[in-house]
Design a protein around this ligand. Structure first.
Ligand SMILES: Cc1ncc(COP(=O)(O)O)c(C=O)c1O
Length: 388
């Protein structure tokens, strides 16, 4: 079993999480609990597969191995009862690049695209960068968890003639694992108004029992007609650097339109290291993932208990999935900038400012739990000293 308590030095490794702190904040003695990657070593079978490939020293153009397709079929079927065929699967260098392709393939400049607020900030960035009209629907908070406001969504869809919903399933930054009933209700609404759903499922494998991820395509037989799924092994197995994601499209016309945009820039031929790593992760990474989930769940409980005991003014949204925790600092009545400054300059901890995820994130911060407990404990202790 991997020792998730082990601290690997990441400073001076060109890590965004660790090495951009100095340029961003002018300090290098900060505890980084921000950028969504993990301070853990990748699964040993993935490292072995990449080493074997590297040692061969032959880096010519490569085909997509049949074994990779098989690994994807098996993974999706075993965990989510989701059946895929080879033709349903396209590859892309990332989920965010795929969002850009989907926007260009299925909408025109000026068209309205709906996202939730708050939500993973590149959704809004991609909509705006592609000169589409950004429409947001605020998430409510019930029993300490985010919920969709279907009445608001319907009004926004009707009033703005929304063409596309970009859905975060499970939800970043709230760690919400939408239930089957919630997803079906959302899907039926989109179906009724002809809204195409782009379901970002990159956090699908990071879900804590008893919660269960549901791929949008498995909710009803005809949901695949008006939706596409974006996912990857990179978030689950800490492989962001290999830049490979999958796009699952069952509707032939939607697939052809996506491929047409991809082909304009040859974005469909991908880094072979991505193929190798993804195949190994899906074939042999499951024991590592189970251990990871146990460790993350314990980090989540530890953090929740810490805030309850030492800083009850900070309200914690305990994640049902993802390794991200949404913290409500509104009791301190600070502007987003003042809150971030206090955390960085006084406490010495870097979290993601909630305001980047939308207006609903003002006064909140997102904490990344995927680090050794000692690092987490140090970060929390620093927050307690300043906010306690
Ligand atoms: C919801 C969500 N989508 C996409 C990504 C990034 O995906 P990629 O690196 O494949 O572009 C992240 C990374 O944190 C994420 O949280």
């Amino acid at each position: 079993m991997q020792d998730f308590d082990h601290i690997y030095p990441r400073v001076d490794t060109d890590s965004v999480k660790w090495d951009s702190i100095k340029t961003t904040y002018g300090k290098d003695d900060l505890v980084p609990l921000w950028v969504a990657d993990m301070d853990f070593m990748a699964p040993a079978p993935v490292i072995d597969a990449l080493s074997d490939y590297t040692k061969r020293g032959l880096f010519g153009y490569s085909l997509v191995p049949d074994a990779l397709y098989q690994a994807i079929f098996d993974w999706e079927k075993t965990h989510y009862d989701y059946s895929l065929e080879k033709e349903d699967i396209l590859f892309s260098p990332g989920v965010v690049p795929s969002i850009g392709v989907a926007i260009q393939a299925y909408t025109q400049p000026g068209d309205s695209i709906l996202i939730h607020d708050p939500v993973y900030h590149p959704f809004a960035n991609m909509v705006k960068a592609n000169e589409r009209n950004l429409v947001t629907s605020p998430l409510g908070i019930e029993d300490g968890h985010f919920v969709m406001d279907l009445t608001d969504m319907e009004a926004k869809i009707k009033n703005n003639q929304v063409k596309m919903l970009i859905l975060c399933n499970p939800h970043n930054p709230g760690g919400r694992v939408w239930t089957k009933a919630e997803l079906i209700a959302c899907g039926l609404l989109c179906q009724q108004y002809g809204v195409l759903v782009v379901s970002d499922e990159i956090h699908q494998d990071l879900v804590f029992a008893p919660h269960q991820h549901h791929s949008f395509h498995t909710l009803a037989p005809d949901f695949a007609d008006f939706s596409i799924i974006l996912t990857a092994a990179t978030k689950t197995f800490n492989l962001a650097a290999v830049k490979l994601s999958m796009v699952y499209i069952k509707n032939k016309e939607l697939r052809a339109a996506f491929q047409k945009v991809q082909s304009t820039t040859e974005q469909n031929t991908i880094n072979t290291f991505g193929y190798v790593a993804t195949q190994a992760a899906y074939e042999k990474g499951e024991p590592w993932r189970q251990d990871l989930l146990t460790y993350l769940a314990e980090n989540s409980r530890y953090t929740e208990a810490f805030f309850k005991e030492h800083l009850p003014q900070v309200k914690v949204m305990a994640p049902e999935g993802t390794y991200l925790m949404w913290l409500d600092f509104r009791a301190y009545d600070l502007s987003p900038k003042a809150l971030e400054d206090k955390l960085v300059q006084e406490a010495g901890v870097v979290l993601n400012n909630g305001a980047i995820f939308g207006n609903g994130g003002r006064g909140f911060m997102r904490l990344n739990l995927a680090c050794p407990r000692e690092t987490l404990a140090e970060g929390l202790e620093r927050i307690r000293k300043i906010f306690g």
